[in-house]
Design a protein around this ligand. Structure first.
Ligand code: NAD
Length: 392
C-alpha cells in the first residue's frame, strides 16, 4: 500500500501527517510513503530526512494523489473547510483518506466527499477505549494544547510563576486555576506545577479529582451534581447548572492570576463559565487562556484567534494550538496515524500483510465516514438529516 502525505493547506497549519521516523516502521508493515516535496518543512522535517528513511519525494500534490492508495492528512474535509474542495478533483475511486475531518460540524462536506466514491476515515471519531488510545489524536493534540496554554499565560502574566525567597524580598507564587481537567487540563496542571505555580482545578466528572491531586493540584470542591457522560466524556448540563457553577467559581477566579479553560462537551457549543462580570473581578494583569475558543469559548469575552485585553485582563482564544508546536505535535500525530493504519491490516495471521477494511473492528467501523459513494457513519447521517431539516 502506498501512503501519500501532502502539504497541509489550512491557514496557519504547520503540522504534517507523517514524520520521517515513522517511514521505516511503516515500511516494515508493507507501506511505502510518497511525500509531496516540502510537506514536512514547516514542522521541521526536510525532504532529505524522509528520503533517508526510504520515502519517495514527488514534485507535485497531484502526483501524490495519483500514486497513493491512502492519503494521510492532518486536516481534511470539515477540518479544512475552505480548502478541502481543491483536493476533490485529485481523488480517485477507491482511494482511502485518513485525517481529522470535523465531520459533525460540517457533515455537508462529508457528503461531498462521498460523491467521489472514496473511503474516508475521521480520526476524531475514534472510540474512547483502551485499545484505541494509541490512535487517539484528540488526546495527543490536547496534551500539546494544555502545555502551550500555560507557557502563553506565563509569558503574558506580569508576575513570576514560582515562589522566590531572595535578598530583595519574597515573591509569592502565581495562582493558576484550570477549568476542565481532561487531557488538556491535566497537562496544563502538570506544566503550571513544573513552573512553580499554585494550581487548582475543577471538573464536572467525578473521576477527575484523584487525577488532579496526583499531579499536585488542588481539586476545588463545589456543591454541584456530577456531569459524567458516555464514554468518559462530560455530558451537557442545563443552564441552571452552569449558572450555579459560575456563581461558585466566581471567588476562585477572582483570586487567580491565571485561568485556563478547557471545558468542552463533544458536539456541543462550549458552555460559558466565565462571564464579563467574573473577568471584572480579576486583578488587572491576570490572564485567561480559553482552549475552548474553537467551540465558541468558555469565557464570554473570548474572540477566536485573538488576544484581547478587557478590564485589564488579557484573554487569549487560540483555535489551532497544536500547530504552534508542530515538530512534536506531528510526531505524536504520526504515531497515532501509524497505529491506525496498522490496525487496518488483517488480524488473520495468514493475511497479516493485507489491508482489510471489512474486518470486524470497532475502530475501523467507528471512524468510517464514506464508502461506495455514500455517507456511512450514523452520527454524520444524523447530523446531515438535522442540517437538511434546518434548511427545509
Ligand atoms: P474534553 O476535551 O472533551 O473536555 C475537557 C474537560 O472539560 C473534560 O474533562 C470535561 O469533563 C470537562 N468539562 C466539561 N464541562 C465542564 C464544566 N461545565 N465545568 C468543568 N469541566 C467541564 O475532554 P478530554 O480531554 O477528551 O477527556 C475526557 C476524558 O476522556 C478523560 O477522562 C480522558 O482521560 C478520557 N479519555 C479516554 C480515552 C481513551 O480511553 N481512549 C481517550 C481520550 C480521553
Amino acid at each position: 500500500m502506498k501512503v501519500g502525505v501532502v502539504k497541509e493547506t489550512f491557514p496557519g497549519e504547520r503540522r504534517v501527517a507523517l514524520v520521517p521516523d515513522i517511514v521505516g516502521p511503516l515500511a516494515k508493515r508493507g507501506f511505502e510513503v510518497l511525500l509531496e516535496a516540502g510537506a514536512g518543512v514547516l514542522s521541521g522535517y526536510a525532504d532529505a530526512a524522509y528520503e533517508a528513511k526510504g520515502a519517495k519525494v514527488l514534485g507535485s500534490r497531484k502526483e501524490v494523489f495519483d500514486g497513493a492508495d491512502i492519503i494521510a492528512q492532518v486536516r481534511l474535509c470539515g477540518a479544512n473547510p475552505d480548502c478541502c474542495g481543491w483536493d476533490l478533483d485529485l481523488l480517485h475511486e477507491g482511494q482511502i483518506l485518513v485525517g481529522a475531518a470535523d465531520p459533525l460540524s460540517r457533515p455537508d462536506l462529508v457528503a461531498d466527499l462521498a460523491k467521489k466514491d472514496v473511503s474516508a476515515f475521521g480520526l476524531e471519531l475514534i472510540p474512547r477505549t483502551t485499545r484505541a488510545q494509541s490512535m487517539d489524536i484528540l488526546s495527543s493534540m490536547a496534551l500539546v494544547a494544555g502545555y502551550r496554554a500555560v507557557l502563553w499565560a506565563a509569558e503574558r502574566l506580569p508576575k513570576f510563576f514560582p515562589m522566590f525567597m531572595t535578598a530583595a524580598g519574597t515573591v509569592a507564587p502565581a495562582k493558576v486555576f484550570i477549568i476542565g481537567a481532561g487531557v488538556a487540563g491535566l497537562q496544563a496542571i502538570a506544566t503550571a506545577k513544573r513552573l512553580g505555580a499554585i494550581v487548582s482545578a475543577y471538573d464536572i466528572r467525578t473521576a477527575v479529582k484523584e487525577e488532579v491531586e496526583s499531579l499536585g493540584g488542588k481539586f476545588v470542591e463545589m456543591e454541584l451534581e456530577s456531569g459524567d457522560g458516555e464514554g468518559g466524556y462530560a455530558r451537557a448540563m442545563d443552564e441552571e447548572f452552569y449558572r450555579r457553577q459560575r456563581e461558585l467559581m466566581t471567588k476562585v477566579i477572582a483570586a487567580s492570576d491565571v485561568v485556563i479553560t478547557t471545558a468542552a462537551v463533544p458536539g456541543k457549543k462550549a458552555p460559558i463559565l466565565v462571564t464579563e462580570e467574573m473577568v471584572k473581578g480579576m486583578a488587572p494583569g491576570s490572564v485567561i487562556v480559553d482552549l475552548a475558543a474553537e467551540r465558541g469559548g468558555n469565557c464570554e469575552l473570548t474572540k477566536p484567534d485573538e488576544e484581547v485585553v478587557a478590564h485589564g485582563v488579557t484573554i487569549l482564544g487560540p483555535t489551532n494550538v497544536p500547530a504552534t508546536l508542530p515538530f512534536h505535535a506531528s510526531q505524536m500525530y504520526s504515531k497515532n496515524m501509524f497505529n491506525f493504519l496498522v490496525n487496518m491490516l488483517s488480524k488473520d495471521r495468514e493475511r497479516k500483510d493485507e489491508f482489510d477494511l471489512e474486518q470486524e473492528d470497532d475502530i475501523i467501523a467507528g471512524t468510517w465516514m464514506t464508502k461506495g459513494g455514500h455517507v456511512v457513519h450514523a452520527d454524520i447521517k444524523n447530523a446531515l438529516g438535522t442540517a437538511e431539516g434546518a434548511q427545509g
